[in-house]
Design a protein around this ligand. Structure first.
Ligand code: TRP
Length: 325
């Protein structure tokens, strides 16, 4: 029974790469761990400055999680900004974080090299992420490879802080899942909102069909053998099919005689069925946003009890409260 924490940015409609890389494993963790799962709207604000859009994506992401089986009674499930203690801790941590540590952040440097004009929030993004993790004393932080360095920065900050003030923070471990290979988008690049190549989890039937039919493949003729390991379509197929189907499809590829459009038709059916059990729940929740917001507020209250304890210790240790540690 470990305390596991991870967050997802409400920076767009959630897609199947979000699902397999983050949401599905998190939902599975809730059964035998203490799960902290949240929607990181403060992080999303570094790149989204339209109020209605941020609000909508935040609520929609919550609806997706709940529809897909996240249980707010079992897990801690909340929206980042509903626990404002995290911003207080961010300031305190930022006074204990050297500029150089942040200047070495790959993710920051990548964004700048792609022409993004950074705001200050983007630069201190790793400190906010450290506050997310340390405020709740998380032990394990499941993240994608691109976020590994941020967890390492969190560890550096926490170790430095503890060396000054005593054992205030639990030192978290990153958990990088490499069994989920890169999930390709419909154009064959890594699936990402930035590339506009996503298949959303709750795509409607027509648009799902259209997107699946658009998946880029090579131009091997129908009769010729095809290499499943080099095929985007097969990479997506294997996420949704069971072992037996995957094996059969692999053989059909290797033997030749199967056309990509047949594979696409089958894949469409599999995706549609896979999410079918969750669609009804999603519809019900969408019709009752007040209920969703009630769940989120309750989740924030529960989470806040944990966070405020850590913050009280931090304030004692650092001299910000009148009591000493
Ligand atoms: N930065 C992470 C991402 O973009 C999201 C995130 C914010 C996060 N705070 C976190 C992930 C804390 C794990 C733990 O994917």
């Amino acid at each position: 029974m470990a305390r596991i924490l991870s967050g997802i940015q409400p920076s767009g409609t959630l897609h199947i790469a979000n699902y397999f890389a983050m949401m599905k494993p998190m939902i599975e963790y809730q059964s035998d761990n203490e799960l902290f799962c949240f929607i990181v709207n403060y992080h999303a604000m570094t790149s989204n400055q339209e109020g209605d859009r941020l609000r909508n994506y935040t609520v929609e992401a919550a609806i997706d999680f709940l529809a897909l089986g996240l249980d707010p009674e079992r897990a801690y499930f909340w929206v980042q900004s509903d626990v404002p203690e995290v911003t207080e801790l961010t300031w305190i941590l930022s006074c204990h974080t050297s500029l150089g540590l942040l200047e070495r952040s790959h993710s920051y440097k990548d964004k700048v090299s792609h022409g993004i004009v950074p705001n200050t929030g983007l630069f201190i993004y790793p400190v906010l992420m450290a506050a997310d993790i340390l405020l709740y004393q998380a032990e394990i932080v499941p993240v994608g490879k691109d976020q590994k360095q941020h967890v390492e920065i969190t560890r550096d900050i926490a170790l430095h802080f503890n060396s000054l003030y005593g054992d205030v923070f639990v030192i978290p471990e990153p958990r990088i899942s490499d069994d989920v290979a890169v999930i390709p988008g419909i154009d064959g690049q890594k699936m990402s909102k930035t590339y506009g190549n996503t298949i959303d989890i709750f795509e409607d039937e027509q648009s799902l069909k259209k997107k699946v039919m658009k998946i880029v493949t090579d131009s091997t003729p129908v009769d010729e053998p095809k290499d499943p390991e080099k095929c985007n379509l097969f990479a997506l197929y294997r996420l949704f099919a069971d072992e037996k189907k995957i094996e059969r499809m692999r053989e059909r590829y290797l033997k030749g005689g199967i056309g990509y459009s047949d594979v696409k038709k089958e894949l469409f059916g599999l995706i549609w069925e896979y999410f079918a059990p969750f669609r009804k729940k999603r519809e019900d929740l969408s019709k009752d946003r007040a209920e969703v917001i009630r769940i989120l507020k309750k989740g924030a209250d529960k989470t806040r009890m944990v966070g405020s304890k850590t913050l009280a210790r931090v304030k004692k240790a650092t001299g910000l409260s009148y009591d000493s540690y």
